[in-house]
Design a protein around this ligand. Structure first.
Ligand code: ADP
Ligand code: MG
Length: 268
């Protein structure tokens, strides 16, 4: 599985739909081709780490998966359901904004800069979405928020405001917030790159806990050591194309392509 054209292996459970299926996605801005025929399959419970140089299209790929961007060509399915479109009499029709929001609520997204609501307490940051989407009553959402805060090691910060927390603590709250909608997959876009170095470990430890407990994760990061530890699959992307992908022991230790070797020599 070292090229984008390789078929996914037929494993036990292969009849279960992929958690994420990116099918021949092309995305461009004006004349600038940002994604150029990306195919990616993430199976339920799998941890995929995406590596690649700055400007290679990693954030755009995550934004296409979450339907924050619409591809010019190709499509994305989550658990077998196409994102942003539905079949209607053999043709694909665009979904309503409302239906897209419902789909998006099944996908967690953790940003580089945390993006917490500054005017809400930590507890309400986590409880807000399950209440707003009608999934839980307010008391039930707050109970869930307390459980999730405990899980990310911040049980004592429920009443604090984001500005009173360190960057590492804010990012752990953002992860708890993503978990509150019980998403089928969580996308991380460089979750530790805005953090002071001494705060990176606590955030990676929380992500590692999710990874080992079977949550489906797609993580864009430059933390190669972390990728080696938690990834089932590493995907190297450059110039909007997947250059190679496979288990960490292959892509990180025996890269087949010059561009991958070059990138790894700079970040390791
Ligand atoms: P990465 O996350 O790998 O650094 P991005 O996906 O953010 O890369 O960006 C890929 C390329 O697309 C970059 O050249 C960037 O400048 C360009 N790009 C991203 N978003 C936009 C946009 N909204 N309009 C125009 N160009 C964009
Ligand atoms: Mg990016």
């Amino acid at each position: 599985m070292t090229t984008e054209t390789a078929e996914a292996t037929t494993a036990p459970g292969a009849s279960v739909p992929a958690a994420v299926e990116v099918h021949d996605v092309h995305k461009w801005y004006g004349a600038h081709r940002v994604l150029d025929g990306v195919n990616l399959t993430v199976r339920p419970g799998e941890v995929t780490v995406i590596l690649g140089p700055s400007g290679s299209g990693k954030s755009t790929l995550l934004r296409v998966i979450n339907h924050l961007e619409k591809p010019e060509i190709g499509h994305v399915s989550i658990n077998g359901e196409p994102i942003g479109v539905r079949r209607h009499g053999g043709r694909l029709r665009e979904l309503s904004e409302r239906a897209i929001l419902t789909q998006r609520s099944r996908i967690g997204f953790v940003f580089q800069n945390f993006n917490l609501f500054p005017h809400l307490t930590v507890l309400d940051n986590i409880a807000a979405a399950p209440v707003a989407t009608g999934k839980l009553s307010r008391p039930a959402a707050q109970e869930l928020a307390r459980e999730l805060l405990d899980r990310v090691g911040l049980a004592d910060k429920a009443g604090a405001y984001p500005r009173q927390l360190s960057g590492g603590q804010q990012q752990r709250v953002a992860i708890a917030r993503a978990l509150a909608l019980r998403p089928g997959v969580i996308l991380f876009d460089e979750p530790t790159s805005a953090l002071d170095p001494e705060l990176v470990g606590e955030v990676l430890a929380v992500i590692k806990d999710l990874a080992t407990s079977g949550t489906t994760l797609v993580i864009v990061t430059h933390e190669v050591g972390f990728a080696r530890e938690v990834a089932d699959r590493v995907v190297f992307i450059d110039g909007g194309r997947i250059v190679e992908q496979g288990p960490p022991a292959e892509v990180l230790d025996k890269p087949q392509h010059e561009r991958t070797r070059d990138f790894l020599s700079k970040v390791l």
